[in-house]
Design a binder for this molecule. Sequence first.
Ligand SMILES: [Zn+2]
Length: 301
Amino acid sequence: MSKKGKIPEPEKNLKFIDVHCHLPFHRPKNDQLPTDKEQYLSYFKMGGLFLITSTIDMQTLDLTLDFMKKFNKNFGFTCGWAPQTVTYTPKNKYSLEWKKWINYIQNNLDKYLGIGEIGLDFHHAKILEKRNKQVEEFRKIIELTRDLDKPYILHVRNAAEHEFDRQHPKHRFNKKDGANKEILNILKEYNIEPKRVMWHCFSGPLEYGRTIPNQGFILSVPSSAYGFERWRKVSKFSPLESLVTETDSYYQHPFKRGPLNVPSNVRYSIAAIAYSHNVSQELVSEKTIENAKKFFNLEII
Ligand SMILES: [Zn+2]
């Protein structure tokens, strides 16, 4: 349920960084959103210092590179091969697209800020075969990029109870932290330092909000944490030193459902964290900016 009104609105004059949005993106026709250019311009006008967009496949990478021919000041992107890309790319296109993608990330190190979103999504992959394929591709990405000295941006979604794979009821993926555990094991196996890894749109389960930051991982709090308690409570006990802010726009609107979000709404993530941690919005703004700059090695001009 939306709870707009319960939490103080974002304060005016806040500074902010959205570390993960999707701009530009293939959007539904006739959506209600301002144009990409308008979203970009109003973000900086309202107090944005730097904006990071996340690509998920070759198509979104091409869109982003095109957009950046005109708009690139304090704007950066990460190169992702999302678990949804693994699951939904048609078989006849997959290997060619993949080759283009891996070739881009290995040969354009100075162009992008990080590798992601990559990860596991057991909501979009409901049967074991598809889940195993996501694991296989995730491993491949880590293996091929571990020496590139780039941070990782994870998309991790565990299976909800009704999404457990009935054919394999005892399988480890059918746990409320099945995807989390798999990811943690793989990162360990490849000796990936936790401080190099950000969990985008961190979704729990609850206890991971404490244990993951303890290991040095960074968690990103979405703008929807403002109006939806389930997004807010998972980072309630995470130290400010481990948190950054994102919109995941056009998803994760602060208090509405549907693909309606814009990057300047990242102010609502700040308001949500200030509320859950009982500190000032100004402090959250300062800390999350500092964390984002450090994590992505950002140069703001
Ligand atoms: Zn995303």
